[in-house]
Design a binder for this molecule. Structure first.
Ligand code: TYM
Length: 337
């Protein structure tokens, strides 16, 4: 996107990711892969949600490096600065400014009902900070700031997205039409990739069991090994079934990576053993991620380029965000000269 304006004809998509660990296969199939394929059709805004990640205690030097690595992973996945605006959330102050105003239009009851808030409070019982509960309001601000039409995310973000819609509708009713009410874009396959060690739980960047996840920058041997060790189910049939969460997860992964319908995958591997199938899935994922890993290395060797793209993205995003923020400030009755 060459200018500081969006093409009024195109719809706007926006999405973000928290910089912790590295981008996983789950993040890739649930979100980043779709951002990449949608960026030419839409006006696209993708950001590193570094402020969101502060809700959990981080070691500052490591956190800074992780966030930078994530930007290189964005580029390596084919997100293209000529087509999409890409930046660090903390570089665009309008996010938190709008968050405050939205905070004053969000009820404590609805924020405290969020499943992720409850889960994270249980997981970090010694650090149930204000940010943890306020997290979805910042996410609503991220989305509403850009008048986004569509938000491509995995299924775990659905509840947060619904809250963003509720806040937008409430604000519009109270102050007059201000925000576009966004829709989610949740992919048919890949919306919930599960842990390779516990296929009833989602694959998570912060999983402490290394064997449970695969990263987009893991090498081939590591990826194939993780799949060989993946937990499967009893029986030997390769099919999607409720009592076969392990095999179902592997079928979904293969289907999303290869772009083949689930039924075609079931047919392709009919009569073959779990062992053969696990290796085939591992090899398919490894082949997909090999060029991404290579591109990642290349971008990591060029920090100046990352800084340039991020600065340009932040400047463009701030220009767009300011339009909405100005409107919002006026609507709620703040003085302006
Ligand atoms: P985060 O960083 O947890 O995840 C980034 C994206 O990856 C998706 N995802 C998955 N998809 C499929 N299977 C999985 N196992 C899996 N794990 C994660 C997530 O659904 C998400 O799309 N709050 C957000 C970041 C955010 C955001 C936003 C997103 C901040 N502001 C505004 C959209 C719009 C988060 O923590 O995502």
């Amino acid at each position: 996107m060459a200018e500081n304006t969006l093409n009024e004809q195109k719809k706007i998509i926006l999405s973000g990711i928290q910089p912790t660990g590295t981008i996983t296969l789950g993040n890739y199939l649930g979100a980043v892969k779709n951002w990449q394929s949608m960026q030419s059709q839409f006006d696209s805004i993708f950001f590193i949600a570094d402020l969101h990640a502060l809700t959990v205690r981080r070691e500052p030097a490591e956190f800074r490096q992780t966030a930078l690595n994530f930007f290189a992973q964005f580029l390596a996945c084919g997100l293209d600065p000529n087509q999409a605006i890409m930046y660090f959330q903390s570089h665009v102050h309008q996010h938190t400014e709008l968050q405050w105003i939205l905070n004053c239009n969000t009820y404590v009851g609805e924020a405290s009902r969020m499943t992720q808030f409850k889960d994270k409070s249980a997981k970090h019982a010694d650090n149930i900070n204000m940010g943890l509960m306020d997290y979805p309001v910042l996410m609503a601000a991220d989305i509403l700031l850009f008048q986004s039409d569509l938000v491509p995310v995995g299924i775990d973000q659905k509840q947060h997205l619904e809250l963003a819609r509720d806040i937008a509708i409430r604000f519009n009713n109270r102050y007059g039409d201000t925000f576009k009410v966004p829709d989610g874009y949740i992919p048919k396959t890949g919306a919930k990739i599960c842990s390779l060690q516990d296929p009833t739980a989602k694959m998570s960047k912060s999983d402490t069991d290394q064997n449970a996840t695969v990263s987009i920058i893991d090498d081939e041997a590591t990826i194939v090994r993780r799949f060989k060790r993946a937990v499967t189910d009893s029986g030997s049939e390769i099919c999607v079934r409720e009592d076969k969460p392990g095999i179902t997860n592997l079928i979904n992964i293969y289907s999303a990576i290869e772009g083949k319908p689930v039924e075609a995958v079931e047919k392709e591997f009919a009569g073959q053993g779990y062992g053969t199938f696990k290796i085939a899935v591992g090899e398919a994922v490894a082949a997909k991620f090999k060029p991404i890993r290579e591109e990642y290395m290349r971008y990591m060797a060029d920090k100046a380029y990352i800084a340039e793209v991020a600065a340009d993205g932040a400047q463009k995003a701030a220009g767009l965000a300011e339009r909405t923020l100005k409107k919002v400030k006026k609507k709620v009755g703040l003085v302006s000269f």
